[in-house]
Design a protein around this ligand. Sequence first.
Ligand code: ZN
Length: 329
Amino acid sequence: MTVHYYQSSMADRFLRVAGNAIGRTTCGNRLCVVNYHRILAAPDPMLASEPDIATFRWQMALLARCFNVLPLHAALVRLDAGALPPRAIAITFDDGYRSVHDLALPVLKEFGLPATVFVTSGCIGERNMWNDRIIEAVQTLPDGQLDLSDVGLGAYSLNGLEQRKDALGRLTEASKYLPPPARLALVERLEALVGEGLAHGLMLTPEMVVSLDRSGIDIGAHTISHPILTSLDDASAELEIAGGKEQLEAIIGKKVRLFAYPNGKVGKDFDARHLAMARAAGFDAAFTTAVGAITRSQNRFQLPRSRPWDTTPFLFGLRLLSWLAQGPP
Ligand SMILES: [Zn+2]
């Protein structure tokens, strides 16, 4: 116990000292934004990239001990002024899962950490997003073959965890870029194969969005229906970007200042048109899912966000420091 404590306090000290050293070089005045989606009540092998609450808790404990966690909007103001502290981090969540309210918020409060939640406004109080409906269906379908070749999506074996994970990955990736009516038809077909008993509510309710806001969690926008913006015509994309902002502002009664692009891959999921739309809608900044740190010279409407995938606190912290040292994507 004593040795373990000594080792972890040495690791913490190393991260702080190295982070301060990075902050004193030309790599100073930088910000890393950490990006979550769901937090799971217990580990789920089908959702290996989503942290469970115990993992989330050690990650927050590490950030509280070894980094300077700032509210995202305030951090951008300090970035402009050249006044960011070393080891500057901001925490974000995408999509608007109720686990942010039920599981993450108590941990954030415990460690006194600020965060921003980018909420898909059309999903508030609604049934689950299409990707979660596919996950639930693929988890629940009986062992055997799933044949979707009549709609050009191939056939899948669902015997055991590995085959289910593979099917889930391929189906989700293919569905992302389907037109929404075709995607809905696919989801409904999968659910019909499963039968009744699906769709546990996973998304925030309007009351939870208000409760997060009143707890000091900043609410950011993430469109109305989470489309791939490049798949839309310009008028529809504008409506998604500006409409999501307006719907959230109506719920919390204050200005929504930050935006995150759905799916967030630069050049693939959004392009220069959508940067201009986010600016015109009145946002102060917009975020991608590219890996890297934010510097003062970057386009304020294409700022990177990512999350270390390491499974120990020291390596998780070290990766954040490496991103701060590397800078932009
Ligand atoms: Zn999203």
